[in-house]
Design a protein around this ligand. Sequence first.
Ligand code: SF4
Ligand code: SF4
Length: 414
Amino acid sequence: MLSTLAAFWRGRVPGQVVIQYTDRCNATCVQCGMRAGNVFPRSTMGRDDARRLIDAMAARGVQAISFTGGEPLLCLKDIVELAGHARAQGIRYIRTGTNGFLFRHHEAPDFADKMDRLAETLAESAINTFWISLDSADPAAHEANRGLPGVVAGIRKALPRFHARGLHPAANLGINRTTGGMGAHYLTPDEPAAFYQKAVQAFERFYDSVADLGFTMTNACYPMSLPEADTATDAVYTATSTADMIRFTPQEKVQLFKALYDVIPRRRHALRIFTPRSSLLALIRQYERGEGTAYPCRGGIDFFFVDAKDLNTYPCGYRGEENLGKFWDLNLTDLAAAPDCTRCDWECFRDPSELLGPLVEGVRHPLRVLQRLRQDPAMTRVWWDDLRYYKACGFFDAGQPPDRQALERWRGTM
Ligand code: SF4
Ligand code: SF4
């Protein structure tokens, strides 16, 4: 708490780094350059290099790290060990996740035992957020895209075993045109009002299917595309694509974000939904009015991405032209500048930037922030509501079940 306040006082937010531990993957997602079958030299960091990076991060006050891929659980032992190392170095929030490949073959006689062992390994580790990717309310659409048949039924069977061991995974939706399913639910281009209605149905179907599967927590990844026509070559984190399934026009994004903004309050009591509506409101305004978001992204200032292939640091997964070198050589004070980037919608960085922005400003310039909050009552109300909701969710601690009473109390104040 004190270190967070001290960071705010210096105009910084607690540091966060996305570490791409490996770019190897065994899934075939059309929306991603790292899909199996896409030929390029694959890399995995290795524990010694990763430990050195983590030590440098801890020494610079980084408070949160995410181990991403590729598929992180191809390196489960390494990730568990590195999570323990990070915690021992004082890093508080450690996240990782999976494309779900271990949930295949749910009819095998040893599936339950395997799930118990996996759940125990993760629950006993220092990992405090664990996500499972899910692209669609329609299991067949999700499994066809991922090339992982049977995973959804496997997730349904595995979740109670995870919960029994005190680990509550989050369903991680990468928003795409199949979010609501195929056929009539596929998000084809349409008039804005019709597209909005289809998107509302898609998100409602998705959240309902996730709750039905047994998840208690969920997050949404905004479409991984930059405004430019061909962006995949610029992005260092190649979880990007020009595939139609994942690309939306700015006009479609307005309707997409509005739909999510409107659906979330109707499902927040049933699921702990990480996605902050203040961030969605800022994105809607940005795409609709060309208005700068209230609090720009802290990528390259407090948040960073480290690439598996060369261990180099980048401001984020997109700004591949800005190689900042090795994290252990970084002087974060030299890098400090006022945040101003809104080039993409990467929720890993945009969501916390938007949520924490008023708190940073409030510590340093209380009058300025009060004035800003008064001038924009709609945003102020939504932001304050996000904070209250996060509290009701126990700040999304995957080690805790949902506090249904707190969520109902929060619902009663809506
Ligand atoms: S989105 Fe994830 S699971 Fe799918 S191919 Fe890319 S890295 Fe693999
Ligand atoms: S807005 Fe996007 S491109 Fe800009 S720093 Fe943040 S994550 Fe990177």
